[in-house]
Structures are given as structure tokens and as C-alpha cells.
Design a protein around this ligand. Sequence first.
Ligand code: PRP
Length: 225
Amino acid sequence: MKEKQTLTIALSKGRILEQTLPLLAAAGLQPAEDVQTTRKLMVDGDFHGQPVRFLIIRAADVCTYVEQGAADLGIAGRDSLLEYRPQVYEPLNLNIGRCRLCVCGPKALVEAGAPARGSRIRIATKYDHLASEYFLSQGVQAEIIHLYGSMELAPLVGMAERIVDLVETGGTLRANGLVEETTLYDISSRLIANPASFATKREAVGQVIEGLRQAVEGNVVGEGA
Ligand code: PRP
């Protein structure tokens, strides 16, 4: 009998993992140990008798693992897909991790109006390409200051006039005296797939997509109930 090939699935660490686990469980994807507490970065698991392994990595790295073929499938935010534009398939919107990518700034500055065409401003962000693209479209000369997190601090210390960052509840903005100026994109998590895996592991990949599709539909129905 032909041995089943292991399927590798990259999961994002952090707050999104909590919302991912019920979907995995509903689809029949079962890690052999608690991926939220383990210090292991690779955890074995099972999908209806099909061997699976889960990679537990940073959100921004999921695209790279899937694009390189180190993972067959992955769960990545639309923000990362838009920023890095990896060569991957995107078969399913998982409808979790919902938030928005916004331009934000100190209340007084935002109330004074959007930056004028031809003006120069400093933007703190980890979304260098998306921020550059947006301000270019507005005719504003943006100096991008790349940060890895806690973007909301930059305007408070006078390092930037605006930030481009994710907003979920708005709590971090409020706590730091910032407000939203413009929403650039609505964001949610997507299932992504390596194009070659689609061909070489067609059956298993297809079954995971279908299992997750049904789990997402159940989730959406459940949300409204
Ligand atoms: C994200 C994001 C904002 C915050 C928004 O950061 O970058 O800072 O969440 O959420 P809220 O609108 O519900 O307050 P995260 O906590 O993931 O950490 P990071 O700053 O290290 O990216």
C-alpha cells in the first residue's frame, strides 16, 4: 500500500492562533499537543488518518514558508499577502482575525486635515510597500520609518506624523491619543497553498480545503445565531 505523504501546515503565532484552533478542530485537523503552550516549533498531528505536521511561526513568515514549499498550506493575514505578494494560491477566506489596515495619527493632526499634496511626512509602519503605495497615490512624499511593532509609540515621541497599522478594537489607538484617518484595507486571515503542493498532494490538500470550508461556513452560521 502507498504510504501517505505528510502534509505540512504553517500556523501564525499570536492572537490569531486562538481563533484558528476551533476551525482546525472543526475541520478534523488535530495537533498531537497544545500548539498554544508548547515551545516546539513543529508539532505532529492527524487529519482523518493523514499524517500532518504544524509549523508554529510568526505571521509575517507564513507566506515565505508556503511560497518556498516548506509548508504545503498556511494561514496568513491578508495584510501580509498584500504587503509581500507571495506566489501562492489563496483558496479560502477563513473570516477570522478580522481587522483593518489604517492610516492613523495624533487626534489634533488628523483633525487638521489629511497631508496636502506635495507635502513631506514621516510614516512609521511595518507595511512599507502598502504605505508607500498609498501616499504616492495621494501625491504625498512619505518617508517610511520601518518598525517591527508598537507603531503607536512613534507619533508620541515625535518620530512620525502618521502610522500605518492594523486596528482591531481601536483600544491601542485610544490609549495613546491616536485616531483613525483612513482605512486602506479590510483584513481577515486566508488559507494559502503552495502551487506545487496543489498538484503533488492534490487529494490531501483538497480535503483540508474542503474541511476548512465547511468549518468556516459553520462558524459564520454560528456567529449569527
Ligand atoms: C496589533 C496592531 C496594533 C493592535 C491593534 O498589535 O499592530 O498595535 O494590535 O489592536 P486593537 O485595535 O484591538 O488595540 P499586536 O498586539 O499584535 O502587537 P505588535 O504591536 O507587536 O504588532
